[in-house]
Each structure stands twice: as structure tokens, then as C-alpha cells.
Design a protein around this ligand. Structure first.
Ligand SMILES: O=C(O)c1ccccc1NCC(=O)[C@H](O)[C@H](O)COP(=O)(O)O
Length: 198
């Protein structure tokens, strides 16, 4: 089970997430988020990471040029893209990317097996709200290309056992009481638990 820890805003949290065993770190380039990070600061963090940790830039309804520029400036290896209006020409994205499905109902998860998707619960603020997706929506669906996000914590992670998700994504579930600041022990516990899930 791959684990992405999203909403990294400082080097200490980044290194602690890596030491906890996270495979990928998410950086939010959406200015209205409490977890927004300046591209230059994200770059400084990215440059200090050890090998084999993927940097993921998160974009909300931005154009191709903006996504390419920020991924380049901030040294992101993957773009995580919310494109609510379905307007992007993905051939113009020069970086690897993963599309986000903001699921409102089971129907949103059907016929999606061709590529990898990050499946998050629909929230007005776009993410990081701790809202869960009903797990029964995934029943009888191939989840092997889905990264599940939305309200995951060590308290509920076991419930996804058996669905065969490719990975999980967590933000608020491993935070301290301050949004954007991670809790080291929560990250350690989360990754440990995630690694036990099939
Ligand atoms: O985290 C944010 O503040 C955020 C803001 C705008 C768009 C997306 C955002 N986060 C996206 C993520 O990938 C989160 O990890 C995902 O929504 C899960 O968050 P949580 O439910 O808090 O674990």
C-alpha cells in the first residue's frame, strides 16, 4: 500500500513523513487552502528530500501553463489535478499527473479503470476536510488503480482492508491541532497501519 501525506508546509514535517515511511509528499498550490505553500519554499523542501520519495503538486482548476510552471519551479515530480470543468488538454502537461475524482456518489466511480485516479470525498473547499467516502460505493469495483483520500485516520484505516486500493492519501488525519502542521506520531502510526492493509 502506497502512502501519500498531503499538505506539507515545512521541512521538519516533510522529513518526519519520509522517516515514517511515506512514499509521496503533497504540496498544495491552491492559495485559499490553509496548507498553501509558496512554490519556492516547496522547492527548498524538495531539494532536501532523500531519493525515492515522490513530490506531488496539487492544483485546483488551473491551466496547463500554470501547472507546468509551478511543477518546474517547485521541483514537483507529479501533478495532482482537480479539473472540475474538464477543460484541460492533458497533452500539454509536461509532467506526470494524476487526476482527482471528487466523488459525490457511486456513479462517479464507474468506468474509471483505464488510468490511476486519486478518489477524494467531495467538499466545497476541494480537500483536506476529513470527510470520508462511503466505502460501499467501492464494492464490486476494481480499486487497484485508486488512491483513496478523504477522512482517513488510524481509527478507520482497517475498514479499507480487502478493497485492494493502490494507495491512500491523508492530510488532516495526521495533523496536529494546527491545520498545515503535521503530528510525527500520527504519521508513524498511519503509515505503519497502512502497510498492513491489502
Ligand atoms: O488539503 C487541502 O487543504 C486541500 C485544499 C484544496 C484542495 C485539495 C486539498 N487537499 C487534497 C488532498 O489530497 C488531501 O490529502 C485529501 O483531500 C484528503 O484530506 P483529508 O480528508 O484531510 O485526509
Amino acid at each position: 500500500m502506497r502512502v501519500k501525506i498531503c499538505g506539507i508546509t515545512n521541512l521538519q514535517d516533510a522529513l518526519e513523513a519520509v522517516n515514517a515511511g511515506a512514499n509521496a509528499l503533497g504540496f498544495v498550490f491552491y492559495k485559499k487552502s490553509p496548507r498553501y505553500i509558496e512554490p519556492l519554499k516547496a522547492k527548498e523542501i524538495a531539494e532536501k528530500l532523500p531519493p525515492f520519495v515522490q513530490t506531488v503538486g496539487l492544483f485546483v482548476n488551473e491551466n496547463e501553463e500554470f501547472i507546468n510552471q509551478i511543477c518546474f519551479d517547485a521541483k514537483m515530480q507529479l501533478a495532482q489535478i482537480i479539473d472540475d470543468f474538464d477543460v484541460l488538454n492533458y497533452e500539454k502537461i509536461s509532467f506526470k499527473y494524476i487526476k482527482v475524482i471528487r466523488a459525490k456518489e457511486k456513479k462517479d466511480l464507474l468506468n474509471l479503470n483505464k488510468e490511476y485516479y486519486l478518489v477524494d470525498a467531495f467538499v466545497d473547499s476541494f480537500g483536506g476536510e476529513g470527510k470520508r467516502i462511503a466505502l460501499d460505493w467501492f464494492e464490486s469495483i476494481d480499486c487497484s488503480k485508486f488512491i483513496l483520500a478523504g477522512g482517513l485516520t488510524t481509527k478507520n484505516l482497517k475498514e479499507i482492508n480487502g478493497f485492494g486500493f493502490y494507495g491512500v492519501d491523508v492530510s488532516s488525519g495526521v495533523e496536529s491541532e494546527v491545520k498545515g502542521i503535521k503530528d510525527r506520531q500520527k504519521m508513524i502510526d498511519f503509515v505503519k497501519e497502512a502497510n498492513e492493509i491489502k
